[in-house]
Design a protein around this ligand. Structure first.
Ligand SMILES: *Cc1c(COP(=O)(O)O)cnc(C)c1O
Length: 433
């Protein structure tokens, strides 16, 4: 497989593009995505899952990186799309994403979001709370539509990841609890409802996982509840959704192949159903980070450098927590390199910080790097997931542009926000004049 990062004459190239030229052409901070890398990931998913097991689907978790162009790409690749808000759904609708391949997740779907989803006729609504079914039924009735619903369960398993991205433990805001007096009445309501088709069960246990154990534990719990649903209601579910969460490389870790998560899960599901002599339901996964995370990187221009003798050397860049909140939010680790000094020894140790008025606005601690100077271009790899999609206008910093690179060609897919853009919704009441 072709290398996405290459060095040519001391300059960093990304998917065949000179990153220093990209920084000049589009300005910094700049998100750059490698189309080749995204397509590689999708090919891996085809090989490990879609082509290997029948009746399977991959739903890209849009929240990792939402933009019209990436949605179009996901559609062209024939994948499904997992959205979690009216805004993500609206983006999908605006590029004509086929409704039947959209699934709607989220722990507090608003009435008007459900209206948008049902009006458009999304393929699945993944119910995540007890109040939701009533709203869905009411809207389906008024639009004369029947919608497929899945129930997201809280399997009560812990995952070995940062607490903020653990989502399957009992004490979680996500999912329907499996308590006898909560879960089965809710299932019964969905089965007997004339307005929805109860389609199956869903879980998502966490993000940036390197161990398949929480998936497998949650899967056992899910399968036992499907058995119980069959026994109690003589009802066979049609789909199992085992979420996403597959970990990627940021610094030293190595991404596990998709097979590591998928094969043991499929083995368990297939064995379970062949023992029962029942055709197994569809199986769906929802990877986000593992499709776009390593495919994206951020370019910054280095500005002020503050060397505190015997303490630390701070190197400031022209972005920070506004374009990558992950280090401040959950101590995420990143690598970094000076894109115009790739040949030089990395014998300086620095702390890369952003320009926001927060001491916590640190992007990388204790990074070994070649000697930084004002005007150098810093590349931070693996920012493709939860970077742009979590960006903010804090300190009224404009949200950076996004460029898609492929074999030396570059296309702008999100233009840089302007100062004027940021003021579009501001109003000075006339009585202040
Ligand atoms: C966030 C999320 C995903 C994707 O998680 P990744 O770690 O990005 O793969 C999948 N499903 C649900 C329900 C999610 O909330």
């Amino acid at each position: 497989m072709k290398l996405i990062y290459e060095e040519r004459d001391g300059i960093l190239y990304f998917d065949g593009c000179d990153t220093v030229k990209l920084a000049k052409k589009y300005g910094t901070p700049l998100y750059v995505y490698s189309l080749t890398e995204i397509k590689n990931r999708i090919e891996e998913l085809r090989k490990a899952f879609l082509d290997k097991y029948k009746n399977t689907r991959v739903a890209y978790a849009a929240k990792a990186f939402t933009s019209s162009a990436i949605f179009k790409l996901i559609d062209n690749e024939g994948l499904s799309l997992d959205v979690v808000s009216g805004g993500e759904l609206y983006t999908a609708i605006s590029v004509g994403f086929p409704a039947e391949r959209i699934e709607f997740n989220g722990n507090n779907k608003l009435y008007e979001e459900l209206v948008l989803a049902i009006e458009y006729g999304v393929g699945r609504i993944i119910v995540d709370g007890l109040e939701e079914l009533d709203m869905i039924e009411e809207i389906c009735q008024s639009y004369d539509k029947k919608i497929k619903v899945m129930y997201r369960i809280t399997p009560g398993v812990n995952s070995d990841t940062h607490d903020y991205i653990t989502t399957g433990k009992k004490d979680s805001k996500f999912g329907i609890p499996l308590d006898e007096e909560v879960f089965y009445p809710a299932v019964k309501n969905a089965i007997k409802s004339p307005f929805v088709e109860f389609y199956g069960l869903h879980f998502h246990v966490g993000s940036q996982l390197f161990d398949n154990e929480s998936h497998l534990k949650a899967l056992d719990i899910l399968l036992s509840h499907i058995d119980e649903i069959r026994d109690r209601f003589a009802y066979e579910v049609k789909e199992i959704n085992i979420g996403g969460g597959f970990g990627i490389k940021y610094t030293d870790e190595d991404r596990r192949p998709f097979e590591y998560f998928i094969d043991p899960s499929m083995k368990r599901i297939n064995e379970h159903y062949s023992e029962l002599n029942i055709e197994r339901p569809n199986v769906v996964i929802e990877p986000g980070r593992s499709i776009v995370g390593e495919a994206g990187m951020t370019l910054y221009t280095i500005g002020s450098i503050k060397n505190i003798e015997g303490v630390r050397k701070y190197v400031s860049v022209d972005g920070g927590m506004t374009d990558n909140i992950r280090p401040a939010l959950y101590q995420a680790k990143h690598n970094g390199m000076i894109a115009n000094k790739m040949e030089m020894d990395r014998n300086d140790k620095v702390t890369v910080c952003g320009k926001c008025c927060e001491s916590g606005d640190i992007l990388i601690r204790d990074l070994d790097i070649s000697k930084p100077e004002m005007g150098d271009i810093l590349c931070v790899p693996s920012t493709g997931a939860y970077g742009y999609s979590m960006a903010s206008n804090y300190n009224k910093n404009p949200i950076p542009a996004v460029v898609l690179a492929k074999d030396g060609e570059d296309s702008l897919i999100v233009r840089r926000q302007t100062y004027q853009d940021m003021l579009l919704n501001d109003i000075v009441p006339s009585w202040m004049d």
